[in-house]
Design a protein around this ligand. Structure first.
Ligand code: HXC
Ligand code: NAP
Length: 284
């Protein structure tokens, strides 16, 4: 899809880069020539992923265990990245925490934990990387949100509130920081199977996975490489006029939920014919 050296000489920080979608996007950036900084809380997971990506792509990779909820840890991680690579071209705010729960059962700490990881964590990384990007003349920030950042969703209220905040930050900084040469965009993925998300959001034994797939008009889940290619485009210089955008990649899922009459697809053909007959229209 892209020229092989699309991201050559670019240094990209990926939060939550040791697992799931973060790992898949990192792998793709590595294939396209980027230097990588992988960060999350677990050093062993990061090192294992870095080794795998390095063996497959030859990318230069720094791993730094960081809890993004704490700004001093984030600042240290950014300093280490600058010491190794000299400058930072892109930040991918991908790390997240989530679980399903009836909202009435949530403690303040449960709500705060998700807000801290997703919203405060993304802010901490954006603030620390933004400082270095302003000095070096610009860069790109890409935030991974969800479609319920704009629709809302029951049973994931902390995550919905936090992701809505990240979306607002995306659009706000796209305007405010454009003067520094910093572009800020977001991707709202639909369902892309990962261990982390499925363990917390797809309870086993209730056939929920099948129902999730049926809700998607394309009748399948997303493939990691599809998301990784979109992310690569948004971080590349060739997307230089994209700023403040949130791109949905969900097989049409949220629109199907939004259209008030979409459920009419369940209506049998016979019922449509009966309605035609009732309004006097002849069968074709
Ligand atoms: C209600 C819960 C809960 C649950 C935790 N809590 N799980 N409350 N229902 N299922 C409460 C706890 O009781 C506690 O409150 C507070 O939340 C903090 O919990 P801890 O376990 O102490 O937090 P911590 O160790 O920091 O772990 C954070 C975590 C964990 C979010 C709970 O799951 C985690 O580390 N997740 C990281 C990865 C992740 O979540 N990936 C999925 C992203 S998927 P009290 O009051 O008891 O102290 C995603 C996809 C979106 O975002 C869209 C998909 C289609
Ligand atoms: P995942 O593998 O669980 O990814 C979450 C990552 O965040 C993990 O690597 C985790 O690593 C890291 N993390 C959590 N808390 C952290 C903290 N305090 N500090 C630093 N890192 C932290 O799940 P995923 O499905 O790939 O999700 C990746 C992103 O895609 C998330 O933003 C998610 O909301 C979004 N998304 C996913 C889907 C989907 O269908 N999978 C759909 C829509 C949006 P540690 O636990 O080791 O710290």
């Amino acid at each position: 899809m892209f020229i092989k050296n699309l991201l050559e000489n670019k240094t990209i920080i990926i939060t939550g880069g040791g697992t799931g979608l973060g790992k898949s996007m990192a792998m793709r950036f590595g294939e396209l020539g980027a230097n990588l900084v992988l960060t999350s809380r677990k050093q062993d997971v990061l090192d294992e992923t870095a080794q795998e990506i390095n063996e497959k792509t030859g990318a230069e990779i720094l791993t730094v265990a960081t809890d993004i909820r704490h700004s001093e840890q984030v600042e240290k991680m950014v300093d280490q990245s600058l010491n190794k690579f000299g400058s930072i071209d892109s930040l991918l705010n991908n790390a997240a925490g989530n679980f399903i729960s009836p909202t009435e059962n949530l403690s303040e700490n449960a709500f705060r934990t998700i807000i801290d990881i997703v919203l405060v964590g993304s802010f901490n990384c954006t603030q620390a990387v933004g400082k270095s990007m302003r000095k070096s003349g610009g860069g790109t920030i890409l935030n991974i949100v969800t479609t319920y950042a704009f629709t809302g969703s029951g049973y994931v209220v902390p995550s919905a509130c936090a992701k809505a905040g990240v979306l607002a930050m995306t659009r706000s900084l796209a305007v405010e920081w454009a003067k520094y040469g910093i572009r800020t965009n977001a991707i709202a993925p639909g369902p892309f199977p990962t261990k982390g998300a499925w363990k917390r959001l797809v309870p086993p034994g209730l056939n929920i996975e099948k129902k999730m797939m049926e809700r998607v008009p394309l009748k399948r889940f997303g493939e990691h490489n599809e998301l990784a290619n979109l992310a690569s485009y948004l971080l590349a210089d060739e997307s230089g006029y994209m700023n403040g955008e949130v791109i949905t990649m969900d097989g049409g899922e949220w629109l199907k939920g939004a259209g008030q009459f979409n459920d009419l697809e369940r209506m049998p053909k016979m019922a449509w014919r009966a309605m035609d007959f009732a309004r006097g229209r002849k069968k074709k």
